[in-house]
Design a protein around this ligand. Structure first.
Ligand SMILES: Cc1cc2nc3c(=O)[nH]c(=O)nc-3n(C[C@H](O)[C@H](O)[C@H](O)COP(=O)(O)OP(=O)(O)OC[C@H]3O[C@@H](n4cnc5c(N)ncnc54)[C@H](O)[C@@H]3O)c2cc1C
Ligand SMILES: NC(=O)c1ccc[n+]([C@@H]2O[C@H](COP(=O)([O-])OP(=O)(O)OC[C@H]3O[C@@H](n4cnc5c(N)ncnc54)[C@H](OP(=O)(O)O)[C@@H]3O)[C@@H](O)[C@H]2O)c1
Length: 470
């Protein structure tokens, strides 16, 4: 029998998890299918592969990453750590709990850097269309090599979609917004807050992008930061200069009228209104269509497309857990593909989805959500040989993180948590997040002199006055 051919679409953390899952089985002596991963960017890492461009990339493709230069992890790294490749193993020493983007890219890359996994990735190759062939029970995958500008098609037995869902911005219309004369864009195109210094900034939205771009703007000296919520305020104790207001009634030039009757004037507006699940390479009977939530409908165990169980999605959920959840999903999908795990009948799968969706719909608040996602991951790991870890302890870390944010939204990133994988307590970073203006990996891993840090925080000591002439 010829080898199964598996297509993985995207080489972000989820796609890499799939590659790693197959490699792990191979290392243990198993015969693995032929795996080909298509990645439209020149390198892997997905969102973590920072792109200074916004809008269109150098190939004329929509820019994928929504990350900005000065992005630091917004959740503790102890909650996302791979169970089979720890931070200690990668960095060789304890690091802080909230690393900057470059450090996390380095960690993702480091797990697979020294292996042949990268050879399975066709970079600068965008997947254009995937067609299911009922008669042959396989898929035709059509791709474009963006460098050579050539298209080609080939057949695969199974397809794993790992293209992420935080790249196509949700851009709502707001009455009168076209009259706003200042800078106006979506968080997807935000690349850094420096230019917001001394500006009056309005962020529309009340989730992670609004919160983090808000505190970034504050850090970089915005004159004021206003965040507008549709459903409920974030409710943190904001520092002076930051505030939350309800929804917007209309714009009138630079003046914004809120539904509670208040008005403010702004220089810059950023839509932090989230993202759309969008799969332009899939017909509607294969494409997931869902709001951003932690248990999208139509996916058995959050990964198997119910209408065609040879199509899988990784990382399609809203994310408390990230990297280790993608691993758990990838290991399970690998086992289904390799026949190590048995796929239940369509009826059993539907009943399973129904049961988990009912539980999901009854969730009440963040603590419930985190526990639900932990239980979901446990269920997947129990079905595979991925190393189990103390998921309940990670839930406690998440709750401590929420509490730290409640105490002080500007200092939660200065706190430390203990790894559930190694027991290592995180290091204290040499500079507090609010004072750290250099987000590079080099600076992050450096050990600056105490006097340099004091200078950063308090400014240079006054130059000594030249001695007066006698
Ligand atoms: C602004 C922002 C900040 C975040 N911060 C954090 C954080 O601090 N901590 C955390 O744990 N998570 C964070 N996340 C969540 C983030 O989504 C995950 O960490 C992770 O990147 C998801 O991995 P993924 O592989 O599923 O998707 P992505 O990382 O989005 O990767 C998808 C890959 O698919 C490729 N692709 C897309 N379409 C095609 C196509 N047609 N053909 C070929 N390739 C294609 C893309 O180029 C990309 O490389 C953040 C997300 C955003 C948007
Ligand atoms: N590392 C970091 O620091 C960092 C920074 C930014 C983002 N992220 C990650 O990026 C991902 C996406 O976060 P996100 O905040 O962009 O998206 P999100 O969590 O999906 O939130 C979208 C927000 O937009 C609001 N919204 C949607 N449509 C609206 C409308 N028409 N009018 C007003 N408000 C509207 C929603 O309000 P409702 O609640 O009313 O629906 C919600 O507050 C998350 O995984 C997050 O962790 C991380």
């Amino acid at each position: 029998m010829s080898k199964q051919r598996i297509a993985i679409i995207g080489a972000g953390p989820s796609g890499i998890a799939a590659l790693r899952a197959f490699q792990s089985a191979q290392r243990q002596g198993a015969k693995i299918p032929e795996v080909v991963c298509f990645e439209k960017q020149d390198d892997w890492g997905g969102q973590w592969n920072y792109n200074w461009r916004s809008g269109i990339d150098k190939y004329g493709e929509p820019v994928h990453s929504s990350m900005y230069r000065n992005l630091w992890s917004n959740g503790p790294k102890e909650a996302l750590e791979f169970a089979e490749y720890t931070f200690d193993e990668h960095f060789g020493r304890p690091i802080s709990s909230y690393p900057p983007r470059e450090a996390l890219w380095d960690y993702i890359d480091g797990r697979v850097r020294k292996t042949d996994v990268k050879d399975k990735v066709q970079f600068s190759t965008a997947v254009r269309w995937i067609e299911y062939n009922g008669e042959d029970d396989n898929f035709t995958v059509t791709v474009e090599n963006l460098r050579s500008k050539t298209t080609s098609s080939s057949e695969f037995d199974r397809v794993i979609v790992a293209t992420g869902h935080f790249s196509f911005p949700n851009v709502p219309d707001v009455k009168g917004i076209e009259t706003f004369p200042g800078t106006l864009h979506h968080a997807h195109d935000f690349r850094g807050a420096e230019k917001l210094a001394d500006k009056r900034v309005l962020l529309i939205g009340a989730s992670y992008s609004a919160e983090d771009i808000g505190v970034q703007a504050f850090k970089m000296g915005a004159r004021s930061v206003t965040m507008s919520y549709r459903t409920r305020p974030q409710g943190y104790k904001w520092p002076e200069g930051m505030e939350e207001l309800p929804g917007i009634d209309h714009f009138d030039g630079e003046t914004v009228h809120f539904i509670n009757g208040e008005t403010r004037e702004f220089d810059a507006v950023i839509l932090c209104t989230g993202y759309l699940h969008k799969y332009p390479f899939l017909a509607s009977d294969l494409a997931l269509s869902s709001p951003n939530n932690i248990y999208p409908a139509g996916l058995y165990r959050g990964v198997v497309w119910q209408k065609n169980p040879k199509l899988y999605y990784l990382g399609a959920q809203d994310q408390w857990f990230t990297f280790n959840m993608f691993d758990a999903q990838a290991w399970y999908v690998r086992d289904l593909i390799m026949g190590r795990a048995k796929l239940p009948s369509a009826e059993e799968r539907a009943a399973h989805v129904k049961q988990w969706r009912a539980r999901f719909q009854a969730l009440d608040g963040d603590a419930d959500d985190v526990q639900f996602q932990a239980d979901y991951i446990r269920d997947l790991i129990e079905a595979t040989d991925y190393p189990m870890f103390d998921l309940d302890e990670v839930v406690r870390i998440f709750l401590a993180w929420k509490e730290d944010k409640k105490q002080n939204i500007l200092t939660y990133r200065d706190k430390q948590h203990r790894s559930v994988m190694t027991g290592t307590m995180a290091a204290e970073h040499h500079t507090t997040w609010l004072n750290e203006l250099d987000d590079s990996l080099e600076r992050y891993l450096s050990t600056p002199e105490r006097s340099d840090i004091e200078e950063l925080v308090h400014g240079k000591p006054e130059e000594a006055e030249p001695a007066a002439k006698a």
